[in-house]
Design a protein around this ligand. Structure first.
Ligand code: GRG
Length: 288
């Protein structure tokens, strides 16, 4: 299988599993199920769960079945963060994953609840597994920390408070390493844990990849195509981004540097990292 075939194979496995998680039988009519499904099934690259599966594979564990609840939980949490981030009280966006945002379709109250529901359902999905308690505890620790105050939410608060202000590089790195980076790091960690390895075994790789991912996101906001991205561009004018702080050319250099650092870090890990290296370069060139 070449890289694109393997990526599409993994994405299909993840989408099938997400579909099964969001298929509810014999339930009372309730908009919440529809709203949850709407945002998750709107699309998305599934990069975080793909990373989890690829790391497990790199360490020789190819039976993804037991990893899917954890990988899907991260995608549910990521989707919740997008719904909330698009709300009028945050970024106030109308378009996400090529479709009208949740609050545009269901109204603000349901959109808030759909985000809350996805977050809760992520942890319920993990709770429903019959896994070895010690592995489950490790997974829970990694995922809850990455999505909470020491991770994504912590970064989002700094992002909101930095709007319209000039911040320094250290604060910019803190913001993005938390808002975007921690969930990407957690995706790599759960793949490693599932394969019986230490959660930090690929942390140099995941840290650089997370940063590169955000730098690319900032570049795409300026140079990207709204149709391909499935969201509006040029929204970051008042925000602290790698482009607003350093300019487009420097941001592009930083992106290359951080991607190369991620790939170099993989060379120090004893695993079959071919797919992960290809993925890092694929993300460098992505247009959506
Ligand atoms: C509101 C709790 C809360 C957190 C918000 C993650 C986040 C924090 C906001 C989302 C907006 C944003 C641009 C975040 C940066 C992370 C990022 C690049 C998100 C987009 O991820 P992709 O490209 O999206 O993986 P898809 O749609 O492909 O899943």
């Amino acid at each position: 299988m070449d890289f694109i075939e393997s990526l599409s194979h993994k994405t299909k496995i993840i989408n099938r599993y997400l579909d099964s998680l969001l298929t509810f039988d014999n339930l009372p009519q309730n908009t919440i199920f529809e709203a949850m499904r709407y945002s998750v099934k709107a699309g998305g690259k599934r990069i975080r769960p793909v990373l989890a599966l690829s790391v497990s594979e790199a360490f020789g564990r190819h039976d993804f079945e037991g990893l899917l609840p954890y990988a899907a939980a991260i995608e549910l949490i990521h989707t919740y963060s997008l719904i909330h981030d698009d709300l009028p009280c945050m970024d106030n966006d109308d378009l996400r994953r090529g479709k009208p945002t949740s609050h545009k379709v269901f109204g603000e109250a349901i959109a808030v609840l759909a985000g809350d529901a996805l977050l809760n359902y992520a942890f319920e999905t993990i709770a429903n597994t019959d896994d070895d308690p010690s592995m489950k505890a490790k997974m829970l620790k990694v995922i809850s920390r990455a999505s909470g105050i020491f991770g994504m939410i912590g970064g989002q608060v700094v992002d909101i408070e930095s709007e319209g202000k000039k911040i320094d590089k250290e604060r910019l790195l803190y913001l993005h390493n938390h808002k975007t980076g921690e969930l990407i790091r957690a995706s790599v960690s759960i793949g490693a844990i599932y394969a019986g390895k230490d959660e930090n075994i690929m942390s140099a790789f995941s840290k650089s990849l997370g940063l590169a991912f955000q730098i690319k996101d900032d570049i795409l906001d300026v140079e990207g195509n709204c149709e391909k991205l499935g969201k509006k561009t040029r929204k970051d004018g008042e925000k602290s981004t790698f482009v607003t702080l350093f300019g487009l050319d420097v941001a592009k250099e930083m992106l290359k540097e951080e991607t190369n650092k991620a790939v170099l870090a993989l060379e120090k890990v004893c695993a079959d990292t071919t797919f992960l290296k290809d993925l890092a370069y694929y993300l460098l060139d992505r247009q959506s």
